[in-house]
Design a protein around this ligand. Structure first.
Ligand SMILES: NC(=O)C1=CN([C@@H]2O[C@H](COP(=O)(O)OP(=O)(O)OC[C@H]3O[C@@H](n4cnc5c(N)ncnc54)[C@H](O)[C@@H]3O)[C@@H](O)[C@H]2O)C=CC1
Ligand SMILES: O=C(O)C(=O)Cc1ccc(O)cc1
Length: 309
């Protein structure tokens, strides 16, 4: 169907996202050669057992030699260290990109190391699950999903076109944003929901009056959906919180204000206020479904979603 777009693609980090990329690149024949690198020897061995690449090395600086496309798929807090390591061996004319959930911080960490002549175009596929590691990835993860690119001013248009075509070949729709805008949008639609989930599951876990067995037994009552998000990778989400600090704190402040409004309405029995909010939020859900964005993660644990809205 597709054909070779890059002679050599280097994948730095081979967890959920890196390994899904590897599977898609191979399935669609987008690379002449896939070179896989990751820091931990066990993960590298597992990637080899799964046959995710053509070559494997623990040394990221070796993996990128001669690569036309380098994709960094590591927790955002590790982006700077990876960039520093690989920078001296990046090929002139190569495209360097990432998949990190935050953009301004990744750009601040990586840019200082990017040599002249290398096209650094940060990216973020809005696709994933609560699972991590090379076994968690799967072919087709990015199909029908958005990928946001945050190209720097003066970006090489050919390089941008090539990276756009790459994500399109994986079935994604590509959008462009400035990094700070990306970080604000993602803070509300992705980062805050995860933080709220971590918080509510933590609260339930702390409650002495609710025994563990009751939390599990009655988890179908709304709690279960939160536990899926709250099972997401701790390293990844620690890094997201630390590296999108300002936008997340801004959204949390608004969230707390709105929660206080809700709390007050409940205390004073203001049913009309509750009804008005709950009607408005139901309309949001309906708009998402109408826009065709109600794509379930192809995994267990999502069947409690009410498709009828
Ligand atoms: N999990 C998700 O649903 C999504 C994650 N992302 C972003 O993608 C990136 C990767 O996330 P996942 O694949 O989910 O994580 P993961 O935990 O499944 O994989 C991370 C990989 O990075 C490697 N790694 C960690 N530190 C490293 C370092 N210093 N040097 C080299 N390799 C290192 C690990 O060995 C592993 O191979 C993160 O930046 C995350 O924010 C983006 C979209 C969705
Ligand atoms: O599992 C889910 O529901 C997600 O929200 C996956 C996800 C996590 C982080 C991202 O930056 C993008 C997508």
């Amino acid at each position: 169907m597709s054909s070779v777009m890059f002679e050599r693609i280097a994948l730095i980090g081979i967890g959920l996202i890196g390994s899904s990329l590897a599977r898609d690149i191979r399935a669609r024949g987008l690379a002449g050669e896939i070179v896989v690198s990751t820091r931990s020897p066990e993960t590298l061995r597992r990637a080899e057992e799964l046959g995710l690449g053509d070559r494997y090395t623990a040394a990221a600086e070796d993996a990128v030699r001669g690569a036309d496309l380098v994709i960094v798929s590591v927790p955002v807090g590790a982006s700077g260290a990876v960039a520093e390591k690989i920078a001296p061996n990046l090929k002139k004319g190569a495209i360097l990109t990432d998949v990190g959930s935050t953009k301004a911080s990744v750009i601040a960490q990586m840019s200082p190391f990017v040599p002249k002549g290398v096209h650094f175009i940060p990216g973020h596929p809005i696709a994933g699950t609560e699972h991590s590691g090379p076994d968690a990835g799967f072919e087709g993860l990015f199909a029908g999903r958005w990928c946001i690119l945050t190209p720097p001013e003066g970006v090489d248009e050919d390089a941008l076109q090539k990276l756009t075509a790459f994500w399109q070949a994986l079935g994604s729709t590509v959008d462009r944003m400035v990094p700070e805008h990306h970080d604000k949008v993602l803070a509300i639609v992705s980062h805050l929901p995860h933080i709220i989930a971590y918080n509510i599951v933590g609260t339930a876990d702390d409650m002495e009056t609710v025994t563990q067995s009751e939390v599990i037994q009655y988890s179908a009552s709304g709690f279960r959906d939160f536990t899926r998000l709250a099972a997401s990778d701790p390293t990844m989400w620690r890094d997201v919180c630390l590296h999108n600090r300002d936008a997340i704190l801004e959204m949390l402040a608004r969230f707390s204000e709105d929660l206080a409004y809700l709390q007050r309405a409940i205390r004073w029995g203001e049913g009309d206020k509750l009804f008005e909010l709950f009607s408005r939020t139901r309309d949001v859900r309906r708009s998402i479904i109408e826009a065709g964005q109600d794509v379930d993660v192809p995994d267990f644990g999502r069947h409690t979603l009410d498709k009828k809205g």
